[in-house]
Design a protein around this ligand. Structure first.
Ligand SMILES: [Zn+2]
Length: 339
């Protein structure tokens, strides 16, 4: 089975061609993974080809649709697979996706909003009707890939509970804060595709103003820019020099810089409060974190214990895993959606 998964972001478009099979590959591929699909069962996956293009949002919608269409052709020829041989193509997009029309309802890449991207790409790349095409929110794609092929398999091994019985919550802590919920191997889309927009649940009433119109959204406290601006308000000696990145702040905290330690402590408390609230709603088997900040080991120290202080469910020591698939999770989740 051949699938293409796209990760369409504000700066780059990445296309990956995956081969999924029941039998284990004869030779060890460079990039291989296992997958527990709710319909197709256990599969072996491998990456056959991966290509990237800059998004260049300023060039408009037709340019982006054209780039996606030509990437379908070029990733297929790079792997020696014909477009007609594909089983599915999935697009992970930076916004909420209508589950019926696959049109993007909102998001930071405004040129994509309300466009028939699936229809236009199918026409431009002459994708036959036999090839399924789907689009889904990128954080939902991340959560799905991790639940079926990454953190879900790790949790199954540790707990003995099979992947398809899990309720999993995936959170991306990066430039923004996105989320996705996977129950019994499927993403929670909701009535209009907005299921899992966890970054815009209110964490602090009357808190920082958010671009979405609310104030106190989780994203305003848990994203990389949130760490950077909190540090900027505390670290007066840095005035006049280049501002610190979120990674700098974690490094300084590691080196016992008191201002950075206070920022990291505050961040961990907000993360625990956020995950605790989500525990009361979903009672997940585990959380899985992605995005740049998920690479910081400091955020995992004591997190399961401290989130338990912020939830209604007593003695909930829920595992919080770091992503297992790296940056490729978004594209893989998009590809799996088309199955
Ligand atoms: Zn918001």
């Amino acid at each position: 089975m051949f699938l293409i998964g796209f990760d369409v972001g504000g700066t780059k478009i990445e296309a990956t061609l995956f081969k999924m099979s029941k039998a284990a590959p004869k030779s060890q591929p460079a990039e291989a993974f296992e997958c527990a699909h709710p319909v197709h069962g256990r599969m072996h996956g491998e990456v056959l080809a991966r290509l990237r293009e800059p998004t260049e949002r300023h060039k408009g919608y037709d340019s982006i649709a054209g780039k996606i269409a030509s990437l379908i052709g070029s990733v297929c020829s790079a792997a020696g697979v014909a477009v007609q041989e594909l089983n599915g193509i999935g697009l992970g997009l930076p916004g909420s996706i209508d589950p019926q029309t696959f049109r993007m309802l909102n998001g930071n890449t405004m040129v994509l909003v309300n466009q028939d991207l699936i229809g236009d790409v199918r026409r431009k790349a002459s994708v036959p009707a036999s090839v399924a095409m789907r689009a889904e929110n990128d954080a939902n794609c991340f959560a799905l890939a991790e639940a079926l092929c990454g953190a879900g398999l790790l949790h199954e091994k540790r707990s003995g509970i099979p992947v398809h019985a899990h309720t999993a919550v995936g959170i991306i802590l990066g430039t923004g804060c996105g989320g996705g919920i996977v129950m019994q191997g499927r993403t929670l889309q909701g009535a209009r595709g907005g299921g899992g927009e966890l970054g815009h649940t209110v964490l602090h009433r009357n808190g920082h103003q958010c671009y979405c119109g609310q104030s106190g959204c989780a994203e305003q406290y848990l994203s990389g820019p949130a760490i950077e601006s909190l540090m900027a308000t505390r670290h007066y000696s840095q005035l006049g020099t280049a501002p610190l990145t979120a990674r700098d702040v974690f490094e300084k905290a590691q080196a016992s810089d008191p201002a950075a330690m206070a920022v990291v402590l505050r961040y961990k408390d907000d993360l625990a409060r956020f995950l605790g609230g989500l525990t009361s709603v979903f009672d997940p088997h585990y959380f899985v974190l992605g995005g740049g900040i998920s690479l910081q080991s400091a955020i995992y120290e004591g997190i399961s214990e401290s989130l338990a202080h912020h939830t209604f469910l007593p003695a909930s020591k829920i595992p919080v895993y770091r992503h297992q698939l790296g940056d490729s999770a978004g594209g893989l989740g998009a590809a799996l959606l088309s199955l």
